[in-house]
Write a protein that binds this ligand. Structure first.
Ligand SMILES: Cc1ncc(COP(=O)(O)O)c(C=O)c1O
Length: 345
């Protein structure tokens, strides 16, 4: 069987998770009748100190519903250049919500509060676009799974709020950030007006994200979720996987981080220009291949031929992501395949 490190979304629901799903109490969630969904929404909201939650099929939808409650058509959201919201949601903010975006670049995706604050323009009047919200991605996926410093989040949130600018957290992998930093979910959550979290990445649920905010914004987002065609019915079977993931799969993320670190160190020992292992702090290992002169596609094809799947995300940028279906023996095997593939002519 191939070792699949393309993403942490490739995991299979475990037998115990499937059993929890099969046993879930369900109801029609469009009527608000699904007890498992309701309890999941309340549970995740409480975890982050937010008032209410909305179960969504995807992280992209949770992000998009959240930001449209903060930013009106023709107004602006500021995000980091390589964040998922602008790079991988296919123009959804513009297409569905008439939101314009402006970006700031950050090395490794890492937040420095001064960067977004320098370009934000909260009351631009009739000439320029007014900034209504700033989004922060934590961990930062295309930045290499980096963890945003809580001190910079605090600085940014207090300055932005003082200027009437709202804060959104794309917390698809906030679980990994928490494990790596030790910062509690509430301490992350308190700085943000809206949050999206994913249960379907490192936590291993097959589907599911939750949008969090005030009750008022969540009620508004609930209407938009239905309008987009994502009002779901007996979806407690899926929400049960989310409960199971929260009960069982947070602490074990430390294993994913340790395996990513082991891979990073082994690769750096072969070719130090590919990455700095000190920057690999969660479950994502990004390889910058330009100085080695192998394209990401070439490397991924070599690896695939040897039984290891990785992602080619840019011409010279490849990514490996560790996850709960990847164990120590596979980690050793993956390292051997990478070693051979990197030196092959
Ligand atoms: C940082 C980040 N945000 C949001 C998403 C969107 O999640 P989904 O694929 O469920 O739409 C992803 C997906 O990989 C992500 O990495």
């Amino acid at each position: 069987m191939a070792i699949d490190l393309r993403s942490d979304t490739v995991t299979q629901p475990s037998p115990a998770m499937r059993e929890a799903m099969a046993k879930a109490a369900v109801g029609d969630d469009v009527y608000g009748d699904d007890p498992t969904v309701n309890s999941l929404e309340e549970r995740v909201a409480a975890l982050f100190g937010q008032e209410a939650g909305l179960f969504c099929p995807t992280g992209s939808l949770a992000n998009q519903l959240a930001i449209r409650t903060l930013v009106k058509p023709g107004e602006e959201l500021i995000v980091e250049t390589r964040s998922h919201i602008v790079r991988a949601e296919l123009g959804a903010a513009a297409t569905f919500s008439g939101i314009t975006t402006r970006t700031w670049p950050a090395e490794d995706g890492l937040l420095r509060a001064e960067d977004p604050l320098a370009i934000a323009h909260e009351s631009a009047g009739p000439y320029l676009v007014s900034t209504k919200a700033i989004a922060v991605e934590n961990t930062h996926n295309f930045g290499g799974g980096t963890v945003q410093p809580i001190s910079e989040i605090e600085k940014l949130a207090s300055a932005a709020h003082a200027r009437g600018i709202a804060m959104h957290l794309d917390g698809a992998r906030i679980w990994n950030a928490h494990i790596a930093s030790g910062v509690s979910f509430v301490d992350y959550g308190k700085h943000f007006d809206t949050i999206s979290v994913c249960l379907s990445k490192g936590l291993g649920a097959p589907i599911g994200s939750v949008m969090l905010s005030t009750r008022e914004r969540v009620n508004e987002a609930r209407i938009w979720r239905k309008r987009y065609g994502a009002g779901m019915r007996q979806v407690g079977m899926i929400a049960a996987a989310g409960h199971y993931a929260l009960d069982n799969n947070i602490a074990r993320l430390a294993d994913d981080h340790a395996r990513a670190q082991k891979i990073a160190k082994a690769i750096a020992a072969i070719e130090p220009t590919l990455l700095n292992p000190d920057k690999v702090v969660t479950n994502i290992v990004g390889l910058e291949l330009s100085r080695l002169g192998i394209s990401a596609t070439e490397l991924s094809e070599r690896c695939k031929a040897a039984g290891l799947w990785i992602s080619a995300l840019g011409p010279y940028y490849a990514r490996l992501v560790t996850h709960l279906d990847f164990d120590d023996a596979q980690c050793d095997e993956a390292i051997e395949i990478l070693k051979r593939s990197l030196v092959a002519k």
